[in-house]
Design a protein around this ligand. Structure first.
Ligand SMILES: Nc1ncnc2c1ncn2[C@@H]1O[C@H](COP(=O)(O)OP(=O)(O)OP(=O)(O)O)[C@@H](O)[C@H]1O
Length: 970
C-alpha cells in the first residue's frame, strides 16, 4: 500500500523542526505518523545523525513501530538505528543511568554506587514484595516511628506512595530533600482553600440557600468515630457551610512526624534497593534526574539537538523535567492528546500537555534556580492543530465527543470540556455507522448474541478488500463508489469487545467458550485468583499435609454449608467419594497429570486451566516442582495479585477481547463496549489501602491515626483527613477519558452493552439502550489455537501463611454443650439466609429462618452475601486470616457485619468475637469512611448481639498460637 501523503497541518509539523512545538490533537489524526515523518525529515535535511535526535514514547511496541516506520522513510536500516535513541522513556533513562550515573546516589548522601549488574524491576507485585521485606527491617531499626507503623495493615501499601512521590520529582537526601523537591509534601494551601471556598458556597434552594457541597459531604459526621480531639457536629457546622476555622485548624495541624517518617522510609528504601542491586522504575527515573541535574559534563555530552516525545499526555512531572534536561537546544516537540490521558493511576499528569506552556516556564525556572541547567529560551511555544481523522466515520467522531461531558455522579457538573474547540473531520467517504446500545439481564449472553448478530451481516459492513482507494483528486462520487467497492459483511476478527475491568473479560471469555464462540483475550489476568487456581490449590493441599484448608474449599465447592463444613472438618469425616478422589490424585506421578485430573473432575477446560498447567509444569526450565512448592508458589502469587499475560493469538478468525487500557493506540472496524454497569464503569475507585496518602492540594496526610487519647490506645480514622477530603470535589475526568478512548478505537460501528444496572455513562449517552432477550446459539467452531502463554511472575519465597478464622477459635468451649440442633439445621438456615438476601423466592421453613427473614427485611441498604474476607496481619511471619462473612449490610454511613448462629446458648460468644474481629479489620480498610458494626445474630431467640472488635495485634497473637498448635488462650 502506498504511504499516505501528509495533510497541510501535518506537513507544517513535519517541516518545522526548529523551536518548541506542541500538538494536542484528537485520536487518529496522524500524530505518530507525522512525528516519525518529522524524524526522517530532520535526518534528510540537516547534519543531524540519529544519536542527535531523541524520540521517546511509552510502550515497547510503540517504540518498535516508530523505528520500523523511520526505516521505511529513510536510507537507514534497522541495524544502523539499533543504538539510536528511539525508545521508551524508561529504557532510555535506564541505559543512561548505567552508562553515566554510577555516582549519582552520592549526591543524595548514599554511599552505594550504581552497579553494572543493576536490575530494573518492572513487575509491581515483585517490587512490593521486596519493599515489604525492607519495611520489616525498617520497623526494627526505627522505634521512633512506632506510632506511624501501627496504622498499617499492610506496610507494602506504602510502596505505591513512594512511586507517586518519585513521579512528582520528590527526591530525598540523607538529611532532607534534594533541591527542595520535598516542598509539595506539605500541600498547596492556597489551592486547597480556593477549592474549599468554592465547595463551601451555599447552594440555591427553592426556599433560600441550602447546604454547601462541602457541608453535604460531611452530612453523617459523628465525632464518636474519631479520636477524642475530633470536633462535634455542632462545632463543625456553620450552617449552611462548614466552619472555615475548623478546616484551617485541620489543614495546619502538625505533620512533622509524618513528614519525617516518609523521608526516612524513602531514603532508606532507595539505599536498600541499591544495596540489593535493583531499582524500581520510579526510583530509577529519580536517580536519572539527579544524575542529569548534577552532571553538566554528562548533559553536554549526551544532550540532544532535537527532542520529540509522543503520547506526551502519559508523562509525569519528573519525565517532563528529564526531557528538558536532555535537550541541548529548544528544538523540542511534544505530541499527544489530553483526551487520551488514562494513566493517572501511574501518576501521569494530564496538565503536562494541557498547561504545557506554563509548566515549561515553571519547570525551567526550578531547574535553573541554583545554576543554569536549561540554557535555551522557552517562552515561545508554537501550537499546531490537527483535525482530520483517518480512522473513524463522521457519526462515530461526533458521537464520541459526548463522552467527555457525561457526569459520573448525580452531583457532578462537568460542563462541556470541548466547548469552543473544533470537531474532528472524518476522511471516510462513506458513513455507514451503526451506533447502538443494548441491555439485558445476562450481559455475557447479550454480548455474544450481538457478536453473532453482527458477523456476516451486511448492515455492519466494514473494509474487506484491498481494492485501491480512489485518487486524492477524484470526485466525491468516485471516492464513494470506490469505498463501497471495498465494503463487505464483517467476520469475527473485525470485532473488538472492550471492558473497563479484567473481571468482566474473564467471565465473558468463559461464557464464550461454553458456546464455542471464538474470543481471544489480550492482556493480563490474575491467573492465581481464578476458580481453577483455587481448586488446584485446594486439592494440592488435600494431597499434601495441610488438609484442613484444602478440604474447606473442596467441601464448599461440593455445596456443603458453612456449619456442616465445620463439623466435617472437625470430625475429619470427609465424604467417601472425595476421599477416593484424593487417593486417586496422590497416585498420580506428575504435576501436570494431577492438575488435569482436578480440572476434568470439575469440568474446567478453560484457557485458565490450560494456562495453569502450562505455567506450573513449565517453571524453572524443567526442574519439576514438588506439590509443596507448587502450593507455596500459588499462594505467593495469589497474595501478590500477580497478573499473567495471556495473549491468545486469534490465528484463525476470532473477536478480540481486551481492557480499554489495553486497547489504547489500537483501532478496530467494530467496537462493542461492554459492562457499562453501575460501579464498574465509571469506576468510583477503591478507598485507599495505604493509610498515608498524597494529594497536590493537601500534601501528605494520614487516613488513620494511632492515638492514646481515648480510654484505650487505638487506631482511629483520621477526622482531619476525612474533613479535608470532603472539601475537595471528586474527579472522574479520567473515567470519561477512558470512555473517549474506547469509542475512538472504532472505525465503522460502535455498540454499547449493559446488564441489570446500567451505569450513568450508559444513561448519559444520547441513545436509548434497547432491552433485548439475548439468545446466543452454540457454535461448533474449531478451538482457538492459543499461542504459548508469556508469563512473568515473582519467584521470591516470602509467603504468608493463610489461616481460617476458625483456626484461631477455641473449639473446646462446645465440649460440654447439650441441646444443639445439628449441623443440617445450621446449613439449611445459612442456605435460606443467602437465598433470601439475594432476593430469591424462598419461604422460611421454621422459626429461626423466619427470624432471619425478618432481620433482613428490616435492613434498607445493599447486601453482600457469603463474602470472602482476607486479613493480612501486620508483622512477621506473614499471616493472612481468611473467612466467609454471612452478610454484609452496606449503607452510606455504616456497615453491619452479620453472622448467623443457631446456637441454643452463648457459650461460644467470645470465640465468635475473634471471628468477627477479623472481618472488622477487613471491612474497616474497605470502607474507611464508615462505621463498622459487628453483630452475632442468634436465630433461636432472634437477638442481635453486638461485638467489639479485638485489635489486629491480638488477632496476630491468636494466629501465632494457632500455628504453634494451641488455641491461643493465654
Ligand atoms: N495524511 C494521512 N493520510 C492518510 N492516512 C493517514 C494520514 N495521516 C495518518 N494516517 C493514518 O491514520 C492512522 C492513524 O494515525 P496515527 O496512529 O499516527 O494517529 P494518532 O493521532 O497517533 O492516533 P491516536 O491518538 O489514536 O494514537 C494510521 O493508520 C495512519 O497511517
Amino acid at each position: 500500500m502506498s504511504d499516505p501523503t501528509p495533510n497541510d497541518n501535518q506537513q507544517q509539523l513535519i517541516g518545522s523542526t526548529d523551536g518548541i512545538y506542541r500538538v494536542d490533537a484528537g485520536a487518529g489524526t496522524g500524530k505518530t505518523f507525522a512525528v516519525t515523518r518529522r524524524y526522517a525529515r530532520i535526518l534528510e535535511t540537516t547534519d543531524a545523525a540519529p544519536e542527535d535526535i531523541l524520540l521517546v514514547t511509552f510502550t515497547r511496541n510503540a517504540a518498535a513501530e516508530m523505528r520500523d516506520r523511520i526505516v521505511q522513510q529513510t536510507d537507514y536500516d534497522l541495524r544502523q538505528l539499533q543504538d539510536a535513541p528511539i525508545s521508551t522513556f524508561h529504557a532510555y533513562c535506564f541505559r543512561l543511568l548505567r552508562r553515566h550515573g554510577h555516582t549519582a546516589p552520592t549526591a543524595l548522601g548514599i554511599d552505594d554506587q550504581i552497579p553494572d549488574s543493576l536490575d530494573l524491576i518492572e513487575e509491581q507485585a515483585r517490587a512490593k514484595q521486596l519493599f515489604r521485606r525492607f519495611m520489616s527491617r525498617f520497623a526494627d531499626d526505627h522505634p521512633e516511628h512506632a506510632d506511624l507503623l501501627r496504622v498499617f495493615y499492610d506496610r507494602g501499601t506504602l510502596h505505591a506512595l513512594i512511586g507517586e512521590l518519585a513521579a512528582k520529582g520528590v527526591v530525598p537526601t540523607r538529611n532532607g530533600w534534594y533541591r527542595a523537591t520535598g516542598e509539595p509534601l506539605t500541600g498547596d494551601r492556597e489551592r486547597f482553600f480556593d477549592a474549599f471556598t468554592a465547595a463551601n458556597q451555599p447552594n440555591e434552594g427553592a426556599n433560600g440557600p441550602t447546604n454547601s457541597d462541602a457541608r453535604g459531604a460531611v452530612g453523617g459526621w459523628d465525632a464518636g468515630e474519631y479520636a477524642p480531639d475530633a470536633p462535634t457536629r455542632g462545632e463543625l457546622h456553620d450552617d449552611p457551610r462548614i466552619s472555615r476555622s475548623v478546616v484551617e485548624d485541620a489543614y495546619d495541624a502538625d505533620r512533622d512526624a509524618l513528614l519525617a517518617f516518609i523521608h526516612d522510609v524513602y531514603i532508606e528504601y532507595l539505599a536498600f534497593a541499591l544495596s540489593q542491586n535493583y531499582l524500581t522504575q520510579g526510583l530509577m527515573l529519580a536517580l536519572a534526574f539527579v544524575m542529569l541535574c548534577e552532571s553538566p559534563g554528562v548533559r553536554a555530552r549526551i544532550g540532544h539537538e532535537y527532542v520529540m516525545v509522543d503520547e506526551f499526555q502519559d508523562t509525569n512531572e519528573l519525565q517532563f523535567k528529564i526531557a528538558l534536561l536532555l535537550a541541548r537546544t529548544n528544538n523540542i516537540c511534544v505530541v499527544g492528546d489530553w483526551k487520551q490521558s488514562i494513566y493517572g493511576f501511574q501518576h501521569t499528569s494530564v496538565a503536562n500537555i494541557t498547561d504545557f506552556g506554563e509548566r515549561l516556564q515553571r519547570f525551567t525556572s526550578e531547574l535553573n534556580a541554583d545554576c543554569r541547567r536549561i540554557d535555551y529560551a522557552v517562552d515561545d511555544v508554537q501550537t499546531i492543530p490537527l483535525f482530520e481523522n483517518y480512522r473513524s466515520s463522521a457519526s462515530i467522531l461526533s458521537f464520541a465527543e459526548q463522552s467527555l461531558s457525561i457526569p459520573a455522579t448525580s452531583s457532578e457538573d462537568v460542563g462541556d470540556p470541548l466547548a469552543g474547540t473544533r470537531s474532528l473531520e472524518a476522511t471516510n467517504a462513506v458513513d455507514n455507522a451503526q451506533i447502538d446500545a443494548y441491555r439485558a439481564d445476562g450481559e455475557y449472553d447479550l454480548v455474544l448474541d450481538r457478536i453473532q448478530h453482527i458477523v456476516k451481516n451486511e448492515s455492519y459492513a466494514v473494509e474487506t478488500s484491498n481494492e485501491p482507494q480512489a485518487d486524492e483528486d477524484a470526485s466525491d462520487e468516485d471516492r464513494i463508489a470506490a469505498e463501497h467497492e471495498r465494503l463487505g459483511p464483517p467476520s469475527y476478527d473485525d470485532i473488538a469487545v472492550f471492558t473497563r475491568t479484567r473481571a468482566f473479560a474473564r467471565g465473558l471469555l468463559e461464557r464464550a467458550e461454553e458456546y464455542g464462540i471464538p474470543l481471544a483475550y489480550e492482556g493480563g489476568v490474575e491467573l492465581f485468583d481464578t476458580p481453577e487456581a483455587k481448586l488446584a490449590l485446594a486439592w494440592l493441599r488435600i494431597a499434601e499435609s495441610d488438609g484442613r484448608r484444602g478440604w474447606a474449599v473442596a467441601l464448599e465447592r461440593a455445596g456443603y454449608g458453612f456449619e456442616r463444613t465445620q463439623t466435617i472438618l472437625d470430625e475429619e469425616s470427609y465424604p467417601d467419594a472425595m476421599l477416593q478422589f484424593r487417593d486417586e490424585l496422590t497416585e498420580l506421578e506428575t504435576l501436570g497429570g494431577f492438575l488435569r485430573r482436578v480440572f476434568d473432575r470439575y469440568g474446567r477446560t478453560s484457557v485458565y486451566a490450560d494456562a495453569l498447567v502450562d505455567h506450573l509444569t513449565g517453571l524453572y526450565d524443567g526442574t519439576l516442582l514438588t506439590r509443596g512448592e507448587t502450593i507455596s508458589y500459588i499462594e505467593e502469587n495469589l497474595a501478590a495479585e500477580t497478573t499473567v499475560e495471556i495473549d491468545a493469538n486469534p490465528g484463525s478468525d476470532a473477536v478480540t477481547l481486551q481492557t480499554i487500557h489495553g486497547a489504547k493506540g489500537l483501532e478496530y472496524p467494530i467496537v462493542i463496549l461492554g459492562n457499562l454497569n453501575e460501579r464498574s464503569f465509571p469506576h468510583y475507585g477503591q478507598p485507599p489501602s495505604c493509610p498515608i496518602v498524597y494529594d497536590d492540594a493537601t500534601g501528605l496526610r494520614q487516613t488513620r491515626m494511632y492515638s492514646e487519647a481515648g480510654a484505650y490506645p487505638h487506631v482511629y480514622r483520621n477526622w482531619r483527613h476525612r474533613l479535608l477530603q470532603a472539601c475537595l470535589p471528586s474527579d472522574y475526568d479520567e473515567e470519561r477519558r477512558l470512555l473517549y478512548v474506547a469509542m475512538t478505537r472504532a472505525k465503522r460501528h460502535l455498540l454499547f452493552t449493559a446488564g441489570e444496572e446500567p451505569s450513568r455513562f450508559m444513561d448519559g449517552l444520547s441513545i436509548e439502550a434497547e432491552e433485548i432477550d439475548p439468545d446466543p446459539t452454540p457454535e461448533s467452531h474449531s478451538p482457538i489455537d492459543h499461542e504459548p502463554f508469556t508469563v512473568d511472575v515473582p519467584t521470591s519465597r516470602d509467603i504468608p501463611t493463610r489461616l481460617g478464622v476458625h483456626d484461631i477459635m477455641d473449639d473446646s468451649v462446645y465440649d460440654n454443650r447439650t441441646g444443639g440442633r445439628g449441623t443440617a439445621f445450621g446449613t439449611e438456615l445459612h442456605d435460606f439466609a443467602e437465598a433470601y438476601a439475594l432476593g430469591e423466592s424462598v419461604e422460611p421453613a421454621n422459626n429461626d429462618q423466619r427470624a432471619v427473614a425478618q432481620l433482613i427485611s428490616g435492613l434498607a441498604g445493599e447486601f453482600r452475601v457469603e463474602e470472602t474476607a482476607l486479613l493480612p496481619l501486620p508483622g512477621e511471619p506473614a499471616v493472612t486470616l481468611s473467612g466467609i462473612i454471612d452478610l454484609v449490610h452496606v449503607t452510606d454511613t455504616q456497615i453491619d457485619v452479620i453472622d448467623y448462629k443457631t446456637d441454643p446458648d452463648r457459650v461460644a460468644h467470645e470465640e465468635y468475637r475473634k471471628q468477627l474481629s477479623a472481618y472488622y479489620h477487613v471491612l474497616a480498610s474497605v470502607y474507611p469512611d464508615r462505621e463498622i458494626r459487628l453483630q452475632v445474630f442468634y436465630t433461636q431467640t432472634a437477638e442481635s448481639v453486638e461485638v467489639t472488635p479485638l485489635s489486629t495485634d491480638r488477632l496476630r497473637e491468636l494466629a501465632i498460637a494457632a500455628m504453634a498448635g494451641s488455641s491461643g488462650e493465654s
